[in-house]
Write a protein that binds this ligand. Structure first.
Ligand code: ADP
Length: 394
């Protein structure tokens, strides 16, 4: 009995020690597991954050709109590549104020207004350099969950192309109205004079009626050209491409224009060899007619107009129409293809031109994927050249 109690005590102590050791081991394992779980969560969180940041970067970098983010003090925190491109920024502008980085009072005012709480939408900003651009700017305050303003974000949308289109449309409408008004007011004036009694004098009446007829014809031509240009621009008229033998077409056009060349004693020379191009025959005829008509109208009285063609090495054919008239000044060589552009306005109107002929010609050649240009030396005539694909590929 005397040995029993000490033995039991020893046994219990050993048991307790064993349990303790096991319990410590369990605790350590649990702590290790907890640490591993914590580490896993932390790296998952970091990976998630990195993923979000990389998506944000991809989004900002691929945006066509310029983005500018300022903090509460108006210090630049972020600009995207589109913003740097628009403003031609070479260096990093972060940590600078808007005025330091861009010297743009107008934008600084926008930021102040946006910080006031009301977003500024559709503000038009005219950027002068590095390239002239029109930008539409939206500015708004960045507000945190507690409603506190943290900064300002500005979004820049490049509307230069729209602006140019709008201005071209305005010019076009103004030009068309002007072109319509001149013959219309002449017709109106002569009709009124006839009604006022001039119809009683046959000689005067005939002269007036001829002027009315001439101006009515001018209006008709203008309407035809306007319709042609609108069809070409809207892509409404599809090209009927096929092989066109140039020599035959040039012969036909020269014959048609003989009656126009005769009154000015202009000699028409068809020097087109037997070449075939890939084109819409009606459109190509329209091109040759316009160029021949101009060469006769603006060339020298008693002069020569030549239609020629040659093969180019790159499977193309170059066609040319040249005259030996006064030519075109160097600074107008490109502009003659603009709608309503005339070198000598009075002379062109007197010749009955609509000012749209070369614009139509250029459109047709470009729609054939060809090139067109004018060459001239003052006093030595003008040559219009265009290219088309050679032959016919089925
Ligand atoms: P228009 O109806 O006035 O002839 P176009 O578009 O055909 O309009 O031509 C534009 C302008 O280009 C003409 O007004 C004229 O000033 C100039 N031009 C065209 N062809 C010639 C040429 N062969 N020689 C000199 N000037 C030309």
């Amino acid at each position: 009995m005397t040995m029993f109690w000490p033995a039991l005590t020893l046994f219990l102590l050993a048991l307790a020690a064993g349990v303790h050791v096991r319990w410590r081991a369990v605790c350590r394992r649990q702590a290790a597991l907890a640490r591993a779980e914590h580490e896993r969560l932390r790296s998952a969180h970091e990976a998630g954050r990195a993923e979000i940041l990389s998506r944000q970067d991809a989004l900002l970098n691929s945006m066509a709109e310029g983005i500018l983010l300022l903090d509460q003090q108006g210090i630049i925190q972020l600009v995207n590549p589109a913003f740097s491109r628009l403003f031609g920024l070479g260096a990093d502008v972060r940590n600078r104020t808007l005025m330091e980085a861009l010297r743009a009072h107008e934008l600084a005012d926008l930021v102040t207004r946006a910080r006031g709480g009301q977003p500024v939408l559709g503000h038009e900003f005219h950027l002068q350099s590095p390239h002239e651009r029109w930008l539409e700017v939206n500015a708004s305050a960045v507000v945190n969950g507690g409603g506190k303003v943290q900064g300002t974000v500005l979004v820049f949308h490049d509307v230069t192309r729209l602006k140019k289109l709008e201005s071209a449309r305005r010019d076009f409408v103004a030009n068309v109205s002007h072109e319509l008004r001149t013959p219309l007011s002449l017709i109106k004036g002569y009709v009124e004079t006839l009604l006022d009694g001039a119809s009683g004098q046959p000689e005067v009446a005939e002269k007036f009626l001829l002027t009315i007829a001439r101006n009515t014809e001018r209006l008709r031509l203008l309407m035809d050209d306007l319709l042609a240009i609108s069809q070409l621009e809207s892509g409404g008229a599809r090209l009927q491409l096929g092989p066109v033998r140039l020599a035959g077409l040039a012969k036909k056009v020269c014959e048609d224009f003989q009656s126009r060349a005769n009154p000015r004693q202009v000699t028409l020379v068809n020097a087109v060899p037997d070449l075939t191009v890939r084109a819409d025959p009606d459109r190509l005829e329209q091109v040759l007619c316009n160029l021949l008509d101009n060469a006769i109208k603006y060339g020298r009285e008693g002069g020569t107009v030549t239609v020629a063609a040659r093969s180019l090495p790159n499977q193309e054919v170059e066609v040319s129409v040249s005259d030996d008239g006064p030519g075109i000044p160097r600074d107008s060589l490109e502009r003659v293809f603009e709608r309503f552009y005339r070198v000598d306005k009075a002379r062109a109107r007197e010749q009955g031109g609509t000012g749209l002929g070369l614009a139509i010609v250029k459109h047709i050649i470009l729609s054939h994927s060809g090139r067109i240009w004018a060459e001239s030396e003052a006093g030595h005539g003008a040559t219009f050249r265009f290219t088309l694909s050679a032959g016919w590929k089925p």
